[in-house]
Write a protein that binds this ligand. Sequence first.
Ligand SMILES: C[S@@+](CC[C@H](N)C(=O)[O-])C[C@H]1O[C@@H](n2cnc3c(N)ncnc32)[C@H](O)[C@@H]1O
Length: 324
Amino acid sequence: METDDVQALYGGDYAAGYNDIWQHSDTWSAEASFHVDSIRELLGPTTRWLDAGCGTGWNLSHFQGTARAGLDLSPDMLAQAVAANPDALEFRQGDLRDDVPEWHDAWDLVTCTGQPYSYVDRLDDIATIFDNLAGWTGPDGTCFVPMGDLTDVAGVPMDIRRPEEEYPYDTPMVDAVVWSLWEHDRYHRQMIWPSVSWCVKAFAQHFGRIEIHRWPHVPPWIPVARRILVASDKRAEGDDRPVVLIEHPVPPVPAELAERFGIGVPADAPAAAPDPEPEPEPEPEPARGPGPASEPVGGAEPADAADDSKWRSMRRRASKRIRG
Ligand SMILES: C[S@@+](CC[C@H](N)C(=O)[O-])C[C@H]1O[C@@H](n2cnc3c(N)ncnc32)[C@H](O)[C@@H]1O
């Protein structure tokens, strides 16, 4: 997408309502909280934190008093961020593709949630963005990047390859998926999500350690446990050690969320709140960075995850709730 298109997409009333549409929604509130909880674990008393593609500054707003800053392309999203973070170090309107030389090695923590890197026209642009995120991360710093790929969009499981792994000759590789989304009155046009393997390879050029964390698989109508790339041990010039690549298992769903989403309730149990009106035809699952799919390799499925009819019913209820 062009800069103007991104600014229009994330402009006006949509920016003012963004937190309600996404962070506070039934579908994405759990993930938004996981982001905040994970970021909390990465922050110390002296941490300097940059949220790249910070949007409304919702992540940042949970950490008043922390030395923190944000970058975003949308002036309207940034206006929300400024209002929610009066004590922040800095908010900058800019493009993730453009380097900021004064930020080289400047931040102990660089986060990039909600896939802000995907609103570009070429995979090479995402390589540039990842180079910038890495360049802005300090020598002992950490880069925290939630991801999505074909697995999340279309339910196609893809193994995570080590960066040095040779691809078999004459075999097609899926480097990325291009996908679009209508939600509310907005069209997120042709976003690019690189494969997790592609992301690992890109970050391994800059970091000696890459961990792929998983969120608990919740809510159950999103049939994938989401993945987050956490890169650390930044390489000095000439460092060509093999990367340490760690894939973490899917953690269990916390009890409070299991109760909230009825996980573990038998498929034929009566619904907690019966629908008062006939349900519309199933619609595509709204998604931001996050999206629907089946479980990739490893990871525990909820016991009822294979029950198609239950999923369809949950999705209908979810999209109805989201549309209000
Ligand atoms: C899905 S929102 C995510 C916002 C926030 N990080 C969150 O987790 O809620 C994507 C954000 O990326 C921003 N964005 C898109 N392309 C960008 C670019 N090239 N440079 C900087 N920001 C960009 C948009 O303006 C929008 O605020």
